[in-house]
Design a protein around this ligand. Structure first.
Ligand SMILES: N[C@@H](CCC(=O)N[C@@H](CS)C(=O)NCC(=O)O)C(=O)O
Length: 288
């Protein structure tokens, strides 16, 4: 690999390309091994990891439970993506894209799968009538910001985060391109949050849950090494106000601890949190 790479006529897969995710990345889909997924006692079975995409689902469940929706009880199973668990046959059957989070809704007569973090948020919001308004204009605003986030996350993570932090060597062109786009996205959010308390308007919604897990980590300096300094996070004061407000929500604090190294590897009951040191629930932790 080098910066003066000239692509051949036809690309071929170099399995030993040395990148941080070389052991799990591959150019084909499908299962690599047989493995059934475990099933717990609750109506919702979540298969995930405490990454920003995974935390969208666990925060949503904990927010629903905090709002008094007892029917939203869930089991959260850990999918170790660096060990290749996402390529087990059971997981591929519920997400052919082999990425966490993936959900099985077993609350009705026939269980069904939901994959993609945005689809999981929308499914749960519609099912329980929370965090997604029904009035058409307000609903359109929330969905617009939700899909904005889902579409922009790959530029922040796969683009900026990858080339700034994980790539085996630094490529100025790639870092410049994705730093510029990541800063532009923060500016989009900052301007919106200067005029509205939350992304969708005055009420907290699934759009905030989705964007918070990504932007909060970068804003607080908990993602991609020195990224907060490199990207001058102090410029985004309204994003900072919004991150702080969401950080303080009890459902968010619990949701961020699920499927995480410092918190709960798995979550099967609300009482599981009782086993954690109280300072973890009082603050925000990073690390899955
Ligand atoms: N668009 C997907 C992206 C999910 C995603 O990228 N998940 C990552 C972890 S944050 C993953 O499972 N990576 C494993 C892999 O790429 O093999 C979503 O929003 O659910």
């Amino acid at each position: 690999m080098s910066e003066d790479y000239v692509p051949p006529k036809v690309w071929t897969w170099d399995k030993a390309n040395g990148g941080a995710f070389a052991n799990v990345n591959r150019p084909v889909a499908g299962a690599t091994h047989d493995r059934d997924l475990p099933v717990g006692k609750h109506p919702f079975q979540l298969y995930s990891l405490g990454t920003p995409n995974g935390q969208k689902a666990t925060i949503m469940f904990e927010e629903l439970l905090a709002a008094g929706v007892a029917e939203a009880e869930y089991d959260a199973w850990r999918i170790a993506i660096s060990d290749g668990d996402q390529f087990g046959s059971g997981f591929v059957a519920i997400n052919p894209n082999s990425k966490i989070p993936a959900l099985v809704d077993r609350s009705g007569a026939v269980p069904f799968r939901v994959f993609e973090s945005g689809a999981i948020l929308m499914h749960l919001a519609e099912k329980f009538g929370l965090f997604l308004p029904t009035e058409p204009q307000a609903r359109a605003e929330v969905l617009s910001w939700l899909f904005w986030q889902v579409g922009s996350a790959p530029f922040m993570g796969g683009g900026f985060g990858h080339f700034y932090h994980y790539a085996p060597f630094r490529i100025e062109y790639a870092i410049d391109r994705y730093a510029m786009e990541t800063k532009r996205l923060f500016d989009v959010a900052n301007r919106r949050l200067a005029e509205a308390r939350f992304l969708g308007g005055e009420d907290y919604s699934i759009a905030d849950i989705a964007a918070y897990t990504w932007m909060g980590n970068i804003y607080r300096g908990e993602a991609y090494g020195e990224a907060a300094t490199f990207l001058s996070m102090h410029e985004y004061e309204h994003v900072g106000r919004w991150v702080g407000e969401i950080d303080a929500r009890p459902g968010v604090r619990r949701g961020r601890l699920v499927n995480s190294q410092k918190g709960l590897a798995e979550r099967h009951d609300a009482s599981d949190f009782d086993s954690l040191p109280p300072e973890l629930l009082a603050g925000i932790v990073q690390g899955y």
